[in-house]
Design a protein around this ligand. Structure first.
Ligand code: ZN
Length: 443
């Protein structure tokens, strides 16, 4: 018998009710199956054909469920999950200078970052998130937690010009960050970004160094930008120009830049972002909660500026929940533009997956269900009575379902979360460690 006619051995065949591959956009497949081998998607095909063509070691049937790419959180500070709800109802400047920075000065340490990041990983995996873009101190401790969790992450190598528990000056931050990148650059689930904190904490000289390093190393730059009106007013007083123009003058704008927030943009800012091909990480819940303003999502779309979605940290959100961000982003886009056609469900899904992968330079590996990409997936059950009837699964994912409906999360073909329980994180121990930190922070 010709071996070519024998079914190919593969690790896993998943047969859900629907598959939303993200590429091509706007498509929802039914009666299809996803074939996975060695952590990689090998095929996406009609189920009848799949059962003839493949002999899987494991077969999972998911009636009433939808499979989509694992969600990508384009901006967070994972370790700050330990400060969830610690300081609410303050504007950004007060929140940072009077609450968060003093708490960090007392507590930020490798142990704090390890426990906080593990807590964030557990929450994100439970909500269908497989990759996150992080920005925090002691990234080596975060890397250890990420490695344990089985998640994928783009670690932001944070840089500021002010001393913290982590580093003394910009050169020290950079040296520590780059040493970690050298040590971990072959890790299969870690990638790196340079992460200057914000225009108000980083000098021109440091920004110039970062622009050079980003070009030399070919890695993205991830920074907070145009978050509040106050930030822009202060920048004009100090530098004579708006932060975006300052960064443009310093050579930072381009497709390698992930501008986090981009809430306050005038027409020139919008053109600048568009012409230079910058990416934007929208964090609408954090912007609303800190009273920073409303991100102009429909306008950004109109200018073809590629937007991903971020949760920001649990200290300013207070959830690491991309289902909530997708819904909020879609509602804000429609409400602010007075156009219900703005930011439809498939755009929101693309923002939470493929757009974020592009921003991180990882779209050749993740962000859509295309053969050859990693099998980073989540399964969402639309069987609950609260979700009946279901005319369009994409609409349900954005407007009706929530992270509680996520049942499975796979990273590189490995099931890392099932029914709310992460595979590699012992939740009772994590809760115990979190409560120890709560008492320390309260004392
Ligand atoms: Zn942030």
């Amino acid at each position: 018998m010709n071996p070519e006619n024998l079914p190919a051995m593969i690790d896993l065949l998943i047969h859900p009710e629907w598959i939303i591959p993200i590429e091509p956009r706007g498509v929802t497949l039914s009666g299809h199956a996803l074939a996975v081998n060695d952590g990689v998607i090998v095929d996406l095909l009609p189920f009848d054909e799949a059962s003839k063509r493949y002999s899987p070691k494991e077969k999972i049937s998911l009636p009433g469920q939808v499979i989509l790419p694992g969600l990508i959180n384009l901006h967070t500070h994972a370790a700050l999950s330990l400060l969830r709800g610690y300081a609410d109802d303050s504007p950004l400047n007060t929140w940072l200078t009077q609450h968060i920075w003093p708490a960090e000065a007392r507590h930020a340490s490798p142990d704090f970052v390890h426990t906080g990041t593990l807590l964030a990983c557990a929450e994100m995996l439970a909500g269908g998130i497989t990759t996150f873009s992080d920005m925090y101190f002691f990234p080596a401790a975060a890397a250890k937690a990420i490695d344990q969790s089985g998640m994928r992450a783009a670690l932001g190598l944070v840089v500021m010009d002010q001393p913290t528990n982590y580093a003394t000056d910009a050169d020290d931050y950079l040296a520590k960050g780059l040493a970690l990148r050298d040590a971990q650059k072959d890790h299969p689930r870690l990638s790196f970004c340079l992460a200057p904190h914000a225009p108000y904490t980083v000098t021109d000289k440091t920004f110039e160094k970062i622009a050079t390093l980003s070009a030399q190393l070919d890695i993205p730059v991830h920074t907070h930008l145009h978050e509040t009106r106050h930030e822009i007013e202060e920048a004009i007083k100090q530098h004579g120009v708006r932060p975006l123009q300052r960064l443009d003058n310093l050579g930072l704008l381009g497709p390698q830049l992930i501008a986090v927030h981009a809430v306050h943009l005038n027409a020139a800012d919008m053109d600048r972002l568009s012409h230079t091909g910058c990416h934007v990480a929208l964090c609408p819940s954090s912007n609303l909660k800190l009273g920073s303003g409303l991100p102009p999502i429909a306008e950004l779309q109109r200018h073809n500026i590629r937007c991903g979605l971020g949760t920001d940290s649990a200290a300013s959100n207070n959830r690491l929940d991309l289902f909530q961000e997708m819904r909020l982003a879609a509602l804000l886009a429609k409400g602010m533009s007075e156009d219900a056609a703005s930011f439809p469900a498939h755009h929101a899904l693309q923002a939470a997956t493929l757009n974020a992968a592009c921003a991180l330079g990882l779209d050749h590996r993740i962000g859509s269900l295309v053969p050859g990409k990693a099998a980073d997936l989540c399964a969402v059950s639309l069987n609950d009575w609260q979700l009946q009837p279901c005319f369009d699964p994409a609409s349900h994912l954005v407007y009706a379902a929530s992270r509680e409906n996520v049942t499975h999360t796979w990273v590189a073909g490995i099931l890392q979360m099932h029914q709310g329980k992460p595979k590699n994180i012992e939740l009772p121990l994590l809760i115990k460690q979190t409560r120890i930190w709560q008492s320390r922070i309260n004392s």
